[in-house]
Write a protein that binds this ligand. Structure first.
Ligand code: FAD
Ligand code: NAI
Length: 478
């Protein structure tokens, strides 16, 4: 007889494993199925999905190592600290990254045991329905198993999108998986796509000595960010030596005996050939829906492969939910996690709500870029009347002390009610600073609320308060 569960979660990425844990906390019998796209020497599936295995966590480990290398190589002389020459052992750096990933993924195995979640090892696909629930086949190494689940949460995530004429082998031409595994810093690195991965990964290898050229199809840089932020970022990245070419059309990639050459046409129509040791393709991601056999439960994907859902992540098939990268909205780990919690709580009869407008974005470059809410160009397009306040880190004592005084905080608030509509930061620790803005917006705070809140001195967070004060032209240190 097939095993019966209250809830089956398909996929153990940040969406799936968090949905499974919250469901178990709420008293459901829960199974989570993972086929593991990622290798584990022990043969066990590596839990944690893209985020832990080939995304957020390993990439941020490399960001930290490369920032430390850049700091000791170039940025400590002002402190009076000099070295004869700093060197980096890329193998050791990669081992540190792997150790962090192993620690985090095995932590999820522990959390599953603690919460009595059944881990089903294999690839799940729908097989139909019975009176009790949904029939799901798990295709594992030891053969197929069928289970029945009263409710299903699909959290199968996404994979890198590839483009014609650029064949990814994850050795010379790499997507995010190969790009995080280089065993030495390339001398010349080409990156297709100046999005989040292109900038973060490109910056890692630039800090470690690569000459990096980023080829972007769009005529403008970082179009999703506030215009002042993208302008400042472009200026700073150029100064760091990142070559960014906008408005290009990518042609054919050709593997050479050593390295690769990629043809492209620039924004004036001139043809070029870029020769590099490694080429990274980071042109967005596509949802993993093709092997789920959704038709067996009457579901279809949209034309881009996403599973259509409502604001509660419910699909058109009652009892089946979908969360994270496999549905509309930003492809972010914290978005996937919060959707997982929301669905579990809904299934338990609670009334959770997610405000997508207060979800922060972070780009882990140097300096970091973070924002929440609307950009100035969005507010203009909506015809909304707003006020703007900006404060530079160059006028913040803590930033100067840290030697990280580039960038600024910009706050946008409603012209009449003063409600905060957006906060945009480019600067050190923007990833942490933005949390205050998200919280404020979650409470529908006014800029005055932040302006009147006592902030620690000296701290980078004072720049957030000063930006709030600047909205009414009363910044104190500018
Ligand atoms: P995933 O993490 O993709 O997990 C899905 C899981 O489902 C996988 O483990 C897969 O093996 C499994 N699966 C798929 N199909 C099946 C099946 N049929 N049966 C069983 N299992 C299946 N986001 C951030 O918020 N911050 C960051 O700093 C950040 N950095 C990133 C860096 C990189 C290089 C990349 C690529 C992404 C990054 N992201 C970041 C995005 C983030 O990783 C994703 O948004 C997040 O992982 C999505 O979570 P998910 O649970 O929806 O899917
Ligand atoms: P992206 O959507 O951020 O950027 C892709 C870029 O490639 C865009 O600028 C796009 O215009 C460009 N592009 C598309 N087709 C192209 C072509 N043919 N030629 C040249 N350029 C082309 O996607 P990316 O960087 O692959 O990242 C995928 C997702 O992963 C992100 O959207 C984000 O959701 C997530 N992520 C989040 C991070 C974070 O939160 N810090 C870090 C890394 C990834």
């Amino acid at each position: 007889m097939s095993k019966l569960f209250d809830i089956l979660v398909i996929g153990a990425g940040p969406g799936g494993y968090i949905a499974a844990i919250r469901s178990a906390q709420l008293g459901f019998s829960v199974a989570c199925c993972e086929f593991s796209a990622y290798d584990d020497p022990s043969g066990e599936p590596r839990l944690g999905g893209t985020c832990l295995n080939a995304g957020c966590i390993p990439l941020k480990a490399l960001v930290a190592s490369s920032e430390a290398f850049e700091k000791v190589s170039h940025n400590l002389a002002d402190h009076g600290i000099t070295f004869s020459e700093a060197s980096i052992d890329i193998g050791r750096m990669q081992k540190r990254k792997e150790d962090i990933v192993t620690k985090m993924t095995s932590g999820i195995q522990f959390l599953f045991r603690k919460n009595k979640i059944t881990l089903l090892k294999g690839r799940a696909s729908f097989a139909g329905r019975t009176e009790e629930g949904f029939r799901v086949t798990i295709r594992g190494k030891e053969g197929d198993e069928e289970i029945i689940a009263r409710k299903v949460i699909v959290a199968t995530g996404s994979k890198a999108r590839h483009i014609p004429n650029v064949r990814v082998d994850n050795v010379t031409i790499c997507d995010n998986e190969g790009a995080l595994k280089f065993t030495e810093a390339p001398k010349k690195l080409g990156v297709i796509g100046a999005g989040v991965i292109g900038l973060e990964v490109g910056s890692v290898w630039r800090r470690l000595g690569a000459e990096v050229t980023v080829l972007e199809v769009m005529p403008s840089f970082l179009g999703a960010a506030d215009e002042n932020i993208s302008r400042e970022a472009a200026k700073l990245f150029l100064k760091q030596g990142l070559h960014i070419k906008l408005g290009v059309r990518i042609g054919q990639a050709k593997q050479l005996e050593s390295g690769v050459e990629i043809a492209y046409t620039d924004d004036q129509g001139a043809e070029h050939m870029l020769e590099c040791d490694k080429l990274i393709v980071s042109v967005g991601r596509v949802p993993n829906t093709d092997q789920l056999n959704l038709e067996a439960v009457g579901l279809q994907t949209d034309e881009r492969g996403f599973i259509p859902v409502n604001e509660h992540c419910a699909t058109a098939a009652p009892g089946i939910y979908a969360i994270g990268d496999v549905v509309r909205g930003p492809m972010l780990a914290h978005k996937a996690e919060d959707e997982g919690v929301m669905v579990a709580e809904l299934l338990a009869g609670q009334k959770p709500h997610l405000d997508y407008n207060t979800m922060p974005w972070v780009i882990y470059t140097t300096p970091e870029i973070a924002w929440v809410g609307k950009t100035e160009q969005q507010l203009r397009a909506e015809g909304r009347e707003y006020k703007s306040g900006q404060f530079p880190f160059a006028a913040n004592g803590r930033a100067l002390g840290l030697g990280d005084a580039e960038g600024f905080v910009k706050m946008l608030a409603d012209a009449k009610t003063d409600e905060i509509l957006g906060v945009h930061i480019i600067g050190a620790n923007a990833s942490d600073l933005i949390a205050e803005a998200s919280l404020a917006m979650e409470f529908r705070a006014a800029s005055e609320d932040i302006a009147r809140t006592c902030h620690p001195h000296p701290s980078l967070s004072e720049a957030v308060r000063e930006a709030a004060l600047a909205i009414d032209k009363r910044a104190l240190n500018m």
